[in-house]
Design a protein around this ligand. Structure first.
Ligand SMILES: [Zn+2]
Length: 278
């Protein structure tokens, strides 16, 4: 850590640009899911862009290429408002569902599509549902060759990743940064500072942890989904208790909560945070 970091109070901010029903399980992952469920991506994108404006944030938006093809005008608005785009996938299928060659082909295709539709370079990658795990644990090795300079897919948590993985940014190789999402210790557990963690943890606890990370210039990205700001979204028609909690708990008032807990923290893109590194 350099001496300059003592006055820094910032965190990288990321958004996973997907619609409210895009869980990685049936019926939401079916090929015809986009026809079955209400398309609310424009509403959610508006709300997320408004939140970023209010917070003075410039973020990295990890985008799905198939949604970019459906909504090229939204992708262009994200870029035009000064945000960076990265790739969340050709679609929302998890990386470990594909063999390595198929993953490479799909990732290459997805990157080309969002760069073409967005008119901007995509140098970061985040796999759907943190899925560079299991059979895909070392697929990150393919990313530099595909033109990516950083990944943000490795959650240092049970189930979604591995608690032994680094909790702070590091280089996975000479040409690839890893920025693991922000987490915190809570008693015997490590819990996410995104999703249900951001929505349900007591606000003073959340605020103190976020401020500590920001003042340390920890570089652990916060992660939001635009649909989390959409209080008008329909309830999930089918879901396990766990999915329902992770997806739906305390959506009401989340935008107001974020404006309070992130007050005074400079929110920057992942590219900007990495740009300062030696
Ligand atoms: Zn996702």
């Amino acid at each position: 850590m350099t001496s300059a970091t003592s006055s820094v109070c910032r965190l990288p901010l990321s958004l996973d640009w997907e619609d409210w029903y895009q869980l990685c399980c049936p019926p939401y992952d079916a090929p015809d899911a986009h026809e079955k469920f209400e398309d609310r991506l424009a509403i959610a994108t508006d709300l997320a862009l408004g939140l970023c404006d209010d917070l003075g944030a410039k973020a990295t938006w990890f985008c799905l290429a198939d949604q970019a093809a459906r909504h090229p005008e939204l992708l262009r608005r994200i870029v035009d408002q000064g945000h960076r785009i990265g790739l969340h996938g050709l679609d929302h299928a998890r990386a470990f569902e594909f063999d390595r060659a198929t993953f490479v082909r799909r990732t290459q295709d997805g990157k080309a599509r969002i760069e073409d539709l967005g008119g901007a370079a995509a140098s970061g990658f985040r796999a759907p549902e943190w899925s560079l795990r299991g059979a895909a644990e070392d697929y990150w090795r393919e990313l530099p060759e595909l033109g990516f300079t950083f990944d943000s897919s490795r959650a240092p948590l049970k189930v979604l990743g591995d608690p032994r993985w680094p909790t702070r940014p590091c280089r996975l190789s000479a040409d690839l940064w890893e920025l693991p999402p922000a987490t915190m210790r809570l008693l015997a557990w490590r819990v996410p500072l995104w999703g249900w963690g951001l929505r349900t943890l007591p606000r003073p606890l959340l605020r103190s942890r976020l401020m500590a990370l920001a003042k340390a210039d920890a570089g652990t990205p916060l992660d939001l989904h635009p649909w989390e700001l959409d209080e008008g979204q329909p309830p999930l028609p089918v879901a396990t208790r766990g999915h329902r909690f992770a997806h739906c708990a305390r959506l009401k008032g989340f935008g107001t909560r974020l404006r309070k807990v992130m007050r005074g923290i400079a929110l920057v893109s992942l590219e900007e945070w990495i740009g300062d590194r030696p």
